[in-house]
Design a protein around this ligand. Structure first.
Ligand SMILES: NC(=O)c1ccc[n+]([C@@H]2O[C@H](COP(=O)([O-])OP(=O)(O)OC[C@H]3O[C@@H](n4cnc5c(N)ncnc54)[C@H](OP(=O)(O)O)[C@@H]3O)[C@@H](O)[C@H]2O)c1
Length: 291
């Protein structure tokens, strides 16, 4: 039996779901967005011939799966409005796609007996969709009640992705982890690249200089885990070099010193877990790296 889906909030994520669920054999059953123009775009990309609306209630009645892909702040009010007056098919599951929020944003619907979950593709969707399936091979985090979790997992597989489960209470920390891994990596890399430029390496070749080191480190983390992947002066207990780094950065690039010291202190913790430094060396390193 084909699944009928509706999308509320036809922006980047909504368009991606609309297009690729249709390609996967799901049947479009309704589209609503704040503007009719966006709902129309999603309808067109899915070959939907029914009514397009800016009223979420009008889009959900024929759907087995409802995706609320509004901005995060609009998810709860949308769910509350749907719970007040929406009509749902028996067994319908409602999802949102936020990475940070859990299915508890949809609690107003859960209280009405509607199955609720969240489905979070770890992907950055483009403003304009290309031929390429943006779900292909990506990880898709699923969370919610039992029925929604099952439906979400099947949807993730049908979209071409790999589902994995998240605990409802862990959703915000899951999202924080993704921010650290992606956004903070950018911050870390920018600091390393700026420091390299400041050392005299020409700016145009600075990424090429660091790239083999970065890729090798990522590969070591994947193969051996972060504790065993650690190399460098801290894990060797080389206090003289760490002291010299701090002195140089404080003198020439003081705007980077707080990040260097803070990351250094966390690196000392990893070296301690590895048992590569004595308690005495650990304390010397922490003193050098204190703010
Ligand atoms: N973008 C990504 O790469 C990505 C990846 C994973 C998860 N997500 C999640 O997907 C969700 C949507 O993000 P997005 O990037 O797709 O946002 P977006 O491009 O801004 O799209 C949001 C859409 O929702 C519509 N909308 C806003 N308020 C509404 C309301 N009250 N009722 C109905 N429709 C409303 C907007 O209106 P108009 O009708 O005016 O266009 C817009 O089309 C978020 O929860 C986000 O965390 C996004």
């Amino acid at each position: 039996m084909t699944k009928r889906f509706a999308v509320i909030g036809c922006g980047r994520a909504g368009m991606a779901f609309a297009s690729r669920l249709t390609a996967a054999g799901y049947t479009p059953a309704g589209f609503a967005s704040r503007s009719l123009k966006s709902a129309r775009r999603a309808g067109e990309i899915s070959g939907f011939s029914g009514e397009l609306t800016n009223k979420p209630n009008d889009a959900v009645a024929e759907a087995d799966i409802v995706l609320i892909t509004t901005p995060d702040a609009a998810i709860r009010p949308t769910a509350q409005a749907l719970a007040r007056t929406g009509r749902f098919r028996q067994g319908c599951a409602v999802f949102h796609a936020s990475g940070a929020l859990s299915s508890s944003e949809l609690s107003a619907l859960g209280e009405k007996g509607v199955s609720t979950g969240s489905i979070h593709p770890l992907q950055s969707f483009p403003a304009i969709l290309s031929e390429k399936n943006p779900f292909e091979g990506i990880m898709i985090g699923i969370e919610g009640d039992r029925q929604a979790a099952e439906t979400g997992r099947q949807m993730a597989v049908d979209l071409g992705g790999f589902p994995f489960s998240i605990e409802t209470g862990g959703k915000m920390r899951y999202h924080a982890a993704a921010v650290v891994a992606s956004n903070y990596l950018v911050t870390l890399m920018k600091t390393a690249l700026d420091l390299l430029s400041a050392s005299g390496v020409p700016s145009e070749s600075r990424f090429a200089v660091l790239k083999p080191l970065i890729m090798g480190t990522l590969s070591n983390i994947e193969n051996a885990g972060p504790v065993d992947a650690l190399t460098g002066p801290i894990v060797r207990g080389d206090t003289d070099i760490v002291r010299a780094h701090v002195a140089e950065i404080e003198k020439h690039n003081p705007e980077m010193i707080s990040l260097y010291k803070m990351m250094g202190r966390h690196t000392v913790d990893i070296a301690s877990v590895r048992n590569s430094i004595s308690g005495d060396v650990r304390q010397q390193l922490l003193d050098i790296l204190a703010d």
